[in-house]
Structures are given as C-alpha cells and as structure tokens.
Design a protein around this ligand. Structure first.
Ligand SMILES: Cc1cc2nc3c(=O)[nH]c(=O)nc-3n(C[C@H](O)[C@H](O)[C@H](O)COP(=O)(O)OP(=O)(O)OC[C@H]3O[C@@H](n4cnc5c(N)ncnc54)[C@H](O)[C@@H]3O)c2cc1C
Length: 422
C-alpha cells in the first residue's frame, strides 16, 4: 500500500489510497497514470495547446506504458481496470494535460464499454461468444499495434443527448454495413486509427429507432472516410475535434464493438457510462487548486519566488476553493464507486449531481484561482491560463451537459416514472 503523501506535494494523489480505501492494485494503476502525466504529458502540453495539434506521441508512449489497454479485461491481456479505477487514473492524468486525458477517455471507453460494461449486461450465450471473439480483434490491435480509438457520437442534433436515433446510418449489406453520416466535434480526428461511431442500423424503408443503435469501429483509412473543417476553439485545443464525414463506408460485421441492442441496453441500464467525461474536469479542478497553493507560497516554477500567502483575503479564497474541491471530490468519488448495472433512482440522481458539480466547479475553481493569484498567473507561460480555458468546456459536453443534468434532476426528483399531472 502506498503511503499517503504530504498534501503540500503538488503531485500528491487526488485520492490518497489509505484515506479512500484503495486496494494496492488500484493505487498502483492510478499512480502510474499520475507519473505518466507528470513526466510525459506536462512538458508537451503548452505547445499542443498553442498550436491546436494532436499529441499523438503521448498515445505512442501510452502504448509502451500499457495505458492504452488499462480497461481491456485480463482475459484479453489488458490491465482489467474497473470503472472506478479508470476514473481515478484519468483524473490524475488530466492534472497535467486536459486535452490528452479527454482524448484518452474517448479511446478507453471503446474498451470499457465493450469490456466490463458489456460483461455486466444480459445477452444470449451466442451473442456473448460472438462479442468476445469480435472484441478480441479490437483489443489485439490496441495491445499489439498501439491502435488508437476515438468516440465521435455528436451530430449537432438531439441524438447525442439520447433524444432521438442517430442520423448516421448503417445499412446492412452482404458481410457488413454501409455507413453514411456526419459527426461533429470528433476528438482525435485525423489522428485515431479507428473511429468508434454510434449509428442507427436501418434497412431500406425501415423506421429509425434508438433501440437499433450500433457501435461500430470504422478504420480511419477506409474508403469514404474524411475529416473536414478547422479547429480553433477556446479550450481543449489539443483534442483536435474536427468534423468526420462518412460516405458509403463499408465495414464488416466484426466492426461491431457491441452486439446489436446492447448500446441501447447499456444507456438505459448502466447510465454511469456517461460519467466518464467528468474525471478530466476533476483533474483540472485539482490542478487549479494545486497551482494556487504553490503560487501563493512563492513556489511556482516559472514565476518569481514571491510569497503572497500572508494576506487574509488570499487565505479566505484558498479556504473557499478547498471546501468546493473537497465537496466535489466527495460526491464524485461516491458516484464513481457505486457505478454499476441497474442503479437505483437515487444513484442516478447522484451521478447527475456529481457530473454537474465537477463540470461547474472545475470552472469556478479555475476562475477563482486566477482572481486570487493575480495578473501574472494568467500569462500563457504558466499552466493556469490553459487550465481555465480547458475547464470551460466541461459543462457543454453531451450527453450530460450541465443544463441536461439540471433538467433531469428537477424532473426525476419530482416525478416517478410514467407519472403525470393529468
Ligand atoms: C473539447 C470538446 C471535445 C469534444 N469531443 C467529442 C467527441 O470526441 N465525441 C463526441 O461525440 N462529442 C464530442 N464533443 C461534443 C460535445 O459532447 C457536444 O456534442 C457539443 O459540445 C455540443 O455542442 P452543440 O452546440 O451542438 O450542442 P447542442 O446540441 O446545440 O446543445 C446546446 C445546449 O443545449 C442543451 N441541450 C441540448 N439538448 C438538450 C435536451 N434534450 N434537453 C435539455 N437541454 C439540452 C445543452 O445544455 C447543450 O449544451 C466535444 C466537445 C468539446 C467542447
């Protein structure tokens, strides 16, 4: 068991293993991610942010470190991290480069959803056997060749929020599917080897239904795949989330990352699957707080060694940031710890509350860090300016944007399923 490190260490674990009762295995995987972030990601982050370029070398290094396969089940040769362990590892990585952690999440979800989540859901024995054989193809590409997967779901309409069927369609043809559609905000566009696309399986003349959602791994070099548009956003610049266009792209049946019907089942029975964007923003909240402590103590590398901690207003601001961070961590830790199949209504409401709190509080803490540290702290030679811009993106991310979380908590707290006022 790792000793809990002095909290003044800016690289101390966000969740100290002893205090949060982590097993040695969990703590080791999480520490590996933190070390990787500190030594490999941090020195590269500013350049990729400035140029809005994708840090593909980070993913090559992740392959060497075994981090691309963190959630690939043991039976397939991966590290077999469960949902909670992955979330804690991702939060650690995000302290050093938010864009890489967010992009890593898109990759890891292709293995977590097809791995531990799928194992938790009902399916026929035949479907399970076929799924195991198919996912092994994907996992071998990742473990043996360092293949990187992405997760372009958003289309600019109501589909990514779960309201209607995806407009991207897969028409069954001999031996596979013909896929047509357009995905916006496709992080890792131009860099991923496979795009994990959600689309609607639809035969000629058939109606579109969310129940027929397919999750397909489309090779980046398949005929008919192209990336369009530019990418010059406020934050998360190194995710390079351009537009993906799919025109009559043929993929074989083995491209299915989940069996037919299982994505819809997962979305309804395993809703915490949509909490996986939050670890990045929890890490950013921690990074903004750590920056403030180091800066006010006069210990921030790259800044003048001037102490500012003796002013009562700084101390009050730090106390407020500390309380907000601890509140956020406590709620989020509970939500990621209890994630699983068939959660109770209260657990789902708590997951929405955790997502909302992380996304909104990361931005609030980063904004307060700038106000408290002062003008020199928002210069681009220090990380806080990037952390602030990156943290702005969290509450916008579908399917659980801050607004959607509020909307659902309010409605579901007041109404039972199928209850109306008529
Ligand atoms: C840095 C970054 C990286 C991203 N990477 C990816 C990626 O890799 N893959 C991917 O699929 N997407 C990705 N996204 C996209 C993201 O998840 C959203 O789809 C995108 O931000 C939506 O933008 P929009 O303006 O089209 O939202 P809109 O759909 O126009 O929604 C605007 C707002 O309206 C509200 N709203 C929408 N629907 C509802 C509803 N049903 N009920 C109540 N309120 C609603 C929400 O608050 C939402 O924020 C990324 C976004 C960012 C910022």
């Amino acid at each position: 068991m790792q000793a809990d490190i002095d909290t003044l260490d800016p690289d101390a674990p966000i969740f100290a293993p002893q205090a949060f009762r982590l097993s040695d295995r969990e703590a080791d995987l999480i520490a590996k991610s933190r070390r990787f972030g500190r030594h490999t990601l941090a020195p590269r982050a500013a350049n990729h942010d400035r140029d809005a370029t994708f840090p593909i070398e980070n993913f090559r290094d992740m392959h060497r470190e075994g981090l691309l396969g963190i959630c690939i089940p043991h039976e397939h040769g991966g590290s077999g991290a469960d949902f909670k362990t992955y979330c804690l590892a991702a939060a650690e990585m995000a302290r050093y480069c938010g864009s890489t952690a967010l992009s890593w999440n898109m990759h890891v979800c292709s293995t977590l959803w097809s791995g531990a989540l799928a194992d938790d859901l009902e399916m026929s024995a035949a479907d399970r056997d076929a799924h195991r054989a198919r996912r092994d193809i994907h996992y071998r590409r990742i473990l043996d060749n360092g293949a990187v997967y992405s997760q372009p779901f958003s289309e600019g309409g109501a589909a990514a929020a779960g309201g209607v069927a995806f407009g991207t369609e897969a028409r069954p043809v001999d031996g596979g599917f013909l896929v047509n559609g357009r995905k916006i905000f496709a992080s890792l566009s131009g860099a991923a080897d496979y795009y994990g696309v959600l689309c609607t399986e639809r035969s000629e003349g058939g109606a579109a239904s969310r129940r027929n959602t397919l999750y397909l791994a489309i090779p980046a070099d398949a005929a008919g795949v192209s990336v369009t548009g530019d990418w010059d956003p406020l934050g998360m610049r190194a995710t390079v989330s351009r537009t993906l266009v799919l025109s009559d792209v043929f993929v074989p049946e083995t491209a299915m990352l989940l069996p037919r019907g299982v994505y819809f089942l997962a979305a309804t029975r395993w809703p915490h699957m949509f909490l996986t964007l939050s670890p990045t923003y929890l890490g950013l909240a921690q990074a903004a707080y750590d920056f403030t402590i180091a800066y006010l103590r006069g210990e921030m590398p790259g800044a003048l060694p001037v102490k500012r901690r003796m002013f009562p207003t700084k101390q009050i601001a730090v106390a407020e940031m500390h309380i907000q961070l601890e509140q956020t961590k406590a709620l989020w830790f509970q939500a990621v710890s209890e994630a699983g199949a068939n959660p109770t209504k209260q657990q789902v409401l708590r997951a929405y509350a955790a997502q909302f709190s992380v996304m909104e509080n990361a931005l609030a803490i980063a904004a307060k860090a700038i106000r408290t540290c002062g003008g020199q702290a928002m210069l681009k030679n220090l990380a806080l300016e990037r952390i602030f811009r990156d943290s702005r993106c969290g509450s916008l991310m579908l399917p659980w944007t801050a607004e959607i979380c509020l909307d659902r908590i309010g409605r579901e707290a007041l109404y039972e399923t199928d209850e109306t006022d008529e």
